[in-house]
Design a protein around this ligand. Structure first.
Ligand code: ATP
Ligand code: MG
Length: 626
C-alpha cells in the first residue's frame, strides 16, 4: 500500500479511517461516536466505547501467545535478566493489581511510579491501567524536588518506588529521595509502596505509610483482579514533559485513542508484527518508554526488551549483542545514545549477527547528519529519524516502512504520520510557507487519537501553551521546520532557539550542524548572546571526540568559525568558540540551552532540577569566566 493514499484518507475522511483502525483493539463496548469535536480544540475519540489498556496489552494475548515472551527485562547493572511470558505477565500484573486494591487504590486515583527500568515498573503501570488508576511515572533519575513537584501536581493516592536504582555500578538509593519529596510536597501520598531488589535497606520505614511489595505480593498469592472497563476518554496516565523550555506540563492521555494509535503505529511505523521483537532503549519514565517499551509492543503482541544500564557496559557492543540474542527486528534509540557509541570502534557492531534487525528508529532530538551517516554506514540498515513530543505520544513525522519504505533523507524525520494534519506556517501571517521556506510546524486540530487530551487539571494551560499562538486555532509544536519540494520535513530547532543577528534570523541548529561537520567535534551547542551592535551574536560550546592539546585549541576554534561562515555566511560568525568537556543536558539527553544562555548573559540559570550532570554547568561557568 502506498503511504500517500492512506495518509490522504486519514486526513480527508478521519472518522471512517479511524473507525476502521479501531477494530485492531478489543472493545468491551464499541464506540458510539468516532469523533466528538463540538468543543474545539478539545476532542474526544471513540466516544462511548469501553476498553482497557491492560486487557489489550495482556489478557487479549493469552489465547494465542501465552508462552511467548512478552517482556525481557535486562539489567547490566544488577546482571539479572528476566524473561517473562504473556502468561507470567498476566500473573504478575494481576498480583500487582491485587496489591493496589489492598492499598485502596481505585478507578481515577493517581499513582506516582518512581522506578528504573525494571520489570516491576511495567507490572505497576499495567496494574494501574487494569483497575482504572491513572499512573504518572517519574523518571528514576530525578531528584527529590522534581518528584515533589510532580506529586503536588498529580496528588497521588499512592507512590510506588524502587528501593534503589543503579548507574554505572553505583547504587542510588531512592528511599531518601522519596522521603525528602514527601516532606517537601504539599500533598504527599498517604501510602508509599517500596519494591525492593535488595539493593538498599530503604530504612527507616514510616509507620502507617510505608509498605513492602514482597510482603503484600506474598499475601495476595495468585489473585486475579477483574478489568475495569473505561470510557475511551477517561484518563489513562499522566506524563510530564522534559521541561527543556520551562515548567513541565502534565500531559494527560486517554484510553481508547491511545490504544488504537499504539496498535496502528506498531504495524505501520515500526513494522513489528505479533510475535516479533522490539527493543527500545528508552527509560520507562519517558514518552518513548511508555509507548514503545510498554503499551505499543504489548498491545501489538510483540516481545519487548527493557534495558537497565549504560550503552557501553560491559562493552559498547551490549545492545547489538542483545539484538543478536533475542532476534530483535525493530530497534528504537536516541541520537544522544548513538553519539556515545560513535566514540567506540564500529567493530562492536560488526562482530554481531544482526540479520534479524530491520530498522533502527531514533527520536527525541535532532539527528545530525554525521551521526546519521556513521550509524547507517555501520549497520547497513535504514536509520529512521522520527519526530514527536511527549504531547503527541507517538511519532508525528516519520517514515512508515510498515506501509512503504520510502527513501531516508538525512536530516529529515520524513512525512506526517497518519491522522496528523501538519503545516509549516509563517510565524507572523499564519500562511503556509513555500517549500524550502522556514516556518513554525503546526498541527491542525483535531489532534489524532493518541495525542494528549489536555494538561492535567489545567485546560487553560493546554489552550495557552499550544493553541494561542496564531489567529487560527492551531496546535503549535514550538519547533521550526522546513518542508522540501518532495514533502520531507526538516526540524530546525525550537522557536525559542532563534537568534537575531543584525536583523538576520538564524536557527542555532543550523550553526550547530555546520560545526558538527568538523571531524574532531563530538557535539556542539550554540546560543545567542546580547551584543551592543548586532542585537545578538552566536556563542559556541563544543565537546571533542578526543581532548585537544593546549596548542591545538586556538587552531580548532578558528577552523570551526570558518565552517560556520563558510556555510551560513559572515553574518553567522560566532563571537567565540568554547571547547569544553561536557554540555549541560536534561536527564533525557536534551541540551539545556536556556541555562547556557542564562549563564552567558550572567543571569540566574533557572530551574536546574532536570539537569543530568551538575559538573557540566561548572565547566561552562569556568569557560565563561563567571
Ligand atoms: P518541554 O516541552 O517541557 O520544554 P521538551 O519539549 O524537551 O520539554 P519532549 O516532549 O520530551 O520535551 O521533547 C519534544 C521535543 O524534542 C520536540 O518538540 C523537538 O524539539 C525535539 N525532538 C524530538 N524528536 C525530534 C527529532 N526527531 N528531530 C528534531 N527534534 C526532535
Ligand atoms: Mg516541548
Amino acid at each position: 500500500m502506498q503511504y500517500e493514499q492512506i495518509y490522504r484518507r486519514s486526513i480527508e475522511a478521519p472518522e471512517a479511517f479511524w473507525a476502521e483502525e479501531a477494530k485492531a483493539i478489543h472493545w468491551h463496548r464499541p464506540p458510539q461516536q468516532i469523533l466528538d469535536y463540538s468543543n474545539p480544540p478539545f476532542r474526544r475519540w471513540f466516544v462511548g466505547g469501553e476498553t482497557n489498556l491492560c486487557y489489550n496489552a495482556v489478557d487479549r494475548h493469552l489465547a494465542e501467545r501465552a508462552d511467548q515472551l512478552a517482556l525481557v527485562a535486562i539489567s547490566t547493572e544488577t546482571n539479572i535478566t528476566r524473561e517473562i511470558t504473556y502468561r507470567e505477565l498476566y500473573r504478575e500484573v494481576n498480583a500487582f493489581a491485587a496489591v493496589l486494591k489492598r492499598l485502596e487504590v481505585g478507578r481515577g486515583d493517581r499513582v506516582v511510579i518512581y522506578m528504573p527500568n525494571m520489570a516491576e515498573a511495567v507490572f505497576a503501570m499495567l496494574a494501574c491501567a487494569r483497575i482504572g488508576a491513572v499512573h504518572s511515572v517519574v523518571f528514576g533519575g530525578f531528584a527529590a524536588h522534581n518528584l515533589a513537584l510532580r506529586i503536588d501536581d498529580a496528588q497521588p493516592k499512592l507512590l510506588i518506588a524502587a528501593d534503589a536504582g543503579m548507574r554505572g555500578g553505583k547504587v542510588i538509593p531512592y528511599k531518601p529521595m522519596v522521603d525528602a519529596a514527601c516532606a517537601e510536597a504539599q500533598a504527599p501520598p498517604p501510602k508509599v509502596l517500596i519494591v525492593s531488589r535488595g539493593l538498599d535497606a530503604a530504612e527507616p520505614k514510616v509507620p502507617g505509610r510505608d509498605e513492602d511489595y514482597a510482603t503484600l505480593r506474598a499475601q495476595v498469592g495468585e489473585a486475579e483482579v477483574p478489568v475495569e472497563w473505561l470510557e475511551s476518554n477517561e484518563p489513562s496516565y499522566l506524563l510530564y514533559t522534559s521541561g527543556t523550555t520551562g515548567k513541565p506540563k502534565g500531559v494527560q492521555r486517554d484510553v481508547g485513542g491511545y490504544a488504537v494509535a499504539m496498535a496502528q503505529s506498531m504495524r505501520t511505523v515500526f513494522d513489528c508484527a505479533p510475535g516479533q521483537v522490539m527493543f527500545s532503549t528508552s527509560d520507562v519514565g519517558w514518552a518513548v518508554g511508555h509507548s514503545y517499551n510498554v503499551y505499543g509492543p504489548l498491545i501489538g503482541g510483540c516481545t519487548s526488551l527493557l534495558y537497565e544500564g549504560l550503552p557501553i557496559h560491559p562493552d559498547a557492543g551490549i545492545w547489538w549483542a542483545l539484538c543478536e540474542q533475542y532476534g530483535v527486528r525493530t530497534m528504537f534509540s536516541s541520537p544522544t545514545a548513538i553519539r556515545v557509541l560513535k566514540k567506540h570502534d564500529v567493530d562492536f557492531i560488526h562482530r554481531h549477527d544482526l540479520s534479524e534487525l530491520k530498522y533502527l528508529f531514533l527520536a527525541g532530538e535532532p539527528l545530525d547528519e554525521p551521526t546519521a551517516q556513521w550509524i547507517s554506514g555501520a549497520l547497513h540498515k535504514p536509520v529512521i529519524d522520527n519526530y514527536w513530543q511527549t504531547e503527541t505520544g507517538w511519532p508525528a513525522l516519520t517514515l512508515l516502512p510498515g506501509l512503504e519504505m520510502k527513501q531516508v533523507r538525512f536530516g529529515s524525520p520524513g512525512f506526517p504520520n497518519l491522522g496528523y494534519r501538519m503545516k509549516v506556517i509563517d510565524e507572523q501571517s499564519g500562511a503556509e510557507v513555500a517549500p524550502g521556506q522556514k516556518g513554525v510546524l503546526v498541527i491542525q486540530p483535531p489532534l489524532p487519537p493518541g495525542c494528549m487530551s489536555t494538561v492535567w487539571n489545567d485546560d487553560e494551560r493546554f489552550l495557552k501553551s499550544y493553541f494561542s499562538h496564531f489567529k487560527e486555532l492551531l496546535y503549535s509544536s514550538l519547533d521550526w521546520a522546513i518542508r522540501d519540494e518532495d514533502g520531507y520535513t526538516f526540524i530546525l530547532g525550537r522557536t525559542d532557539d532563534v537568534i537575531n543577528v543584525a536583523g538576520h534570523r538564524l536557527g542555532t541548529r543550523e550553526i550547530e550542524e555546520a560545526i558538527s561537520g568538523h571531524p574532531r567535534v563530538a557535539e556542539a551547542a550554540v546560543i545567542g548572546v546580547h551584543d551592543e551592535l548586532k542585537g545578538q551574536v552566536p556563542l559556541v560550546f563544543v565537546t571533542l571526540k578526543q581532548a585537544a592539546t593546549a596548542e591545538e585549541v586556538e587552531g580548532l576554534a578558528a577552523e570551526m568559525v570558518q565552517r560556520v561562515t563558510g556555510s551560513l555566511g559572515a553574518v553567522a560568525r560566532p563571537a567565540h568558540v568554547h571547547i569544553v568537556n561536557a554540555l549541560p543536558k536534561t536527564r533525557s539527553g536534551k541540551l539545556l540551552r536556556r541555562s547556557l544562555q542564562a549563564l552567558a548573559e550572567r543571569r540566574d540559570p533557572g530551574d536546574l532540577s532536570t539537569l543530568d550532570d551538575p559538573g557540566a554547568l561548572e565547566e561552562i561557568r569556568r569557560a565563561l569566566g563567571t
